[in-house]
Design a protein around this ligand. Structure first.
Ligand code: SHN
Ligand code: NAI
Length: 209
């Protein structure tokens, strides 16, 4: 069965990574910008991980107490016995775990991501082929409007504006949908004069015919 794509708040959330090699480094980089508190525990921690500001690390064997107070665990040591042990520990405590080399032990998996400001497109094959998800991410990136960030920032600001100007819920939803379709299809945002005209059309549909 496929995995469901929840979008998760990582800001200030404790994440433990067991293993400090190439894959651990990659996973650190993937989540770092989302603001989690990352702790890496491994017998040997890659220098590149040690040099990342804000990442806590300890060079030693994993201890069961490492998972205390942690929300997510990423097991990236590539040690089958250790994977098994951490997985059962996390399952008992209800902590979500990602075992990088055993898909069947993953409560959550990393998607390929196309990221443009507030837009986050996650693509997953549920482990069938991570390479395919990377290729698809490249294709999706190519078809996005260059100014999609600007468009989304504009539409976000329009929400409180619409709330203030249009009290009717159905009409407001129609207006916001119309503005999203307009800006996306034209690849640009209207100036204040045009916005006012459109708003008036929604508020006084009969008068403007
Ligand atoms: C289940 C999952 C668990 C998890 O890690 O969350 C998992 C598992 C495994 N990956 C393996 C190998 C590779 N992984 C990649 C790349 C990525 N792997 C990612 C995610 C995931 N990998 C999760 C499922 C994602 C999904 O399908 O939805 C991406 C999307 C996200 C990220 O990690 O950032 C990232 C692309 C990032 C981008 O788009 O930029 C490449 C390609 C490459 O490196 O170019 C290869 C080599 C080619 C190949 O094997 O296909 C192996 C075999 C290990 C071995 O054989 O030793 C396993 C183990 C297994 O299959 O059980
Ligand atoms: N999910 C994914 O995207 C991918 C997963 N993998 C898998 O990820 C695993 C890790 O790969 P790499 O980072 O390249 O390996 P690596 O050899 O560079 O790093 C392994 C790390 O785990 C630590 N470690 C090993 N046993 C330990 C133990 N018992 N206690 C504490 N620390 C321990 C080592 O000190 C080292 O820091 C491999 O099994 C590999 O097959 C590989 C490619 C992609």
């Amino acid at each position: 069965m496929a995995y469901f794509p929840f979008y998760v708040e990582l800001k200030d959330v404790s994440v433990l990574i067991v293993g400090g090699g190439k894959v651990a480094l990659h996973k650190v980089k993937r989540i770092l910008d989302y603001g989690p508190k990352i702790k890496v525990v491994a017998k040997k921690v890659d220098e590149r991980i040690k040099n990342i500001k804000g990442v806590e690390w300890e060079e030693r064997e994993f201890e069961d107490s490492d998972v205390e107070g942690v929300r997510f665990v990423i097991a990236a040591a590539g040690d089958e016995e250790l994977d098994e042990h951490i997985t059962s520990l996390c399952n008992d405590k209800g902590i979500l775990i990602n075992v990088v080399d055993v898909k069947d032990k993953c409560d959550f998996i990393f998607p390929s991501v196309v990221s443009r400001g507030k837009l986050e497109i996650g693509i997953s094959s549920s482990g069938a082929s991570p390479r395919i998800t990377t290729l698809l991410a490249g294709e999706i990136d190519n078809i996005l409007p260059d100014n999609i960030e600007e468009i989304l920032d504009y539409l976000e600001k329009l929400r409180p504006y619409a709330k203030q100007k249009i009290s009717n819920d159905v009409l407001r939803a129609r207006f916001l949908s119309y503005m999203a379709e307009l800006t996306y299809s034209r690849r640009n945002i209207p100036d204040d004069e045009e916005l006012e005209k459109i708003l008036n059309k929604f508020l006084n549909p009969i008068e403007t015919i």
